[in-house]
Ligand binder design. Structure first.
Ligand SMILES: [Zn+2]
Length: 330
């Protein structure tokens, strides 16, 4: 049936030529069109930079203040690294023009008051190993080398050779946080890193809400939800996807991360009401996640649990089940 329809359409195109519009459209000046494209790209990347700066600042706080609860840690000096590959293929040329992205990893931005700023790193610097080769600071081997020597190379345009610098790094949870160009209101964790979309950055208007999102994704990684989900899926013969309890756990543990990072808990649960309002399907039915009313109420209850601990001076650590098999976590 479909084949027949396609055939008929194809035949009519051949017989009668391509369909066209019936009205006289405005003629556009090519130079103005190019200018407008460049302006829109500049604004898009300027918005991206603002979001990247905010995401780095908020995540740095969450990752640093919870380092003692993270088995996997890394050394942070306060730089965001990028390369043309950090951007979707169709935006790479624009990222080169507007953000100075290179084919090799280089510094996109340096956090204010960070170790990197004090050591003299600026945007555009290329981070190198001791041989002068460009590297990403977050590579495992580079981190290990840096932890041993405290030295990291910097290559700057115009320098005859790279200089070795000694920033005073600090320990953070070892899950880098990326920003992805996408209008979808989404964030995810893959066990190694965390990704937040530009759509989510806009939706999570307050820093507390963004920290809630980062804390939730961090909890997925620290609680090893990805390998646990895969194991459950294999054990059930691909019949059952048991992700909902893990989502609830990420909400619960994530709230502790938020509180430990010093963010205000009051009213942060409204995030889930706003999300339910813009995406009503998630109020009543969700295959992989708890529904939004359930998430709001659980988060409010967790905030009360944490506030009680803060008042009584108890340590801010999540309540574990007595029979929880914690060897799983190792
Ligand atoms: Zn989740």
């Amino acid at each position: 049936m479909v084949k027949k329809t396609v055939f008929l359409i194809a035949m009519s195109l051949i017989l009668f030529g391509c369909a066209s519009v019936e009205t006289k459209l405005p003629q556009l000046d090519l130079r103005s069109l190019v200018q407008e494209s460049v302006d829109q790209e500049r604004q898009a990347f300027s918005r991206y930079l603002d979001m990247r700066e905010r995401l780095d600042r908020v995540s740095a706080q969450v990752l640093a203040e919870n380092a003692d609860l993270c088995e996997k840690t890394a050394t942070d000096i306060g730089i965001v690294i990028h390369s043309t590959k950090s951007y979707p293929k169709n935006l790479r040329a624009a990222a080169q023009m507007h953000l100075g992205a290179l084919d090799e990893p280089s510094v996109l931005m340096v956090r204010a008051e960070s170790a990197a700023e004090k050591a003299g790193f600026v945007a555009g610097d290329v981070i190198t190993d001791k041989n002068g080769d460009a590297v990403s600071f977050f590579d495992k081997e580079i981190q290990e080398e840096f932890d041993k020597t405290g030295l990291i190379g910097r290559r700057r345009a115009g320098d005859a050779q790279p200089s070795m610098l000694k920033p005073q790094g600090s320990v953070i949870c070892g899950f880098p946080v990326q920003l992805k160009f996408s209008t979808a209101i989404n964030a995810y964790a893959n066990g190694k890193s965390i990704t937040v979309t530009t759509g989510m950055m806009e939706f999570a208007a307050r820093d507390e809400e963004l920290a809630l999102v980062v804390g939730h994704e961090l909890a997925h990684n620290t609680m090893r939800h990805v390998p646990k989900s895969i194991r459950n899926l294999l054990l059930s013969g691909f019949a059952v996807r048991t992700t909902r309890p893990f989502e609830s756990e990420a909400d619960y543990v994530g709230m502790y991360y938020l509180a430990r990072a010093g963010f205000e808990l009051d009213g942060v649960e409204d995030f889930w009401r706003r999300l339910g309002v813009v995406s009503p399907k998630s109020i009543v039915r969700a295959k992989t996640h708890p529904v939004t009313p359930e998430r709001l109420l659980s988060i409010r209850a967790t905030a009360q649990e944490i506030e009680a601990k803060q008042k009584s001076g108890e340590p801010l650590t999540p309540n574990y089940l007595k029979d929880a098999n914690r060897q799983d976590e190792s």
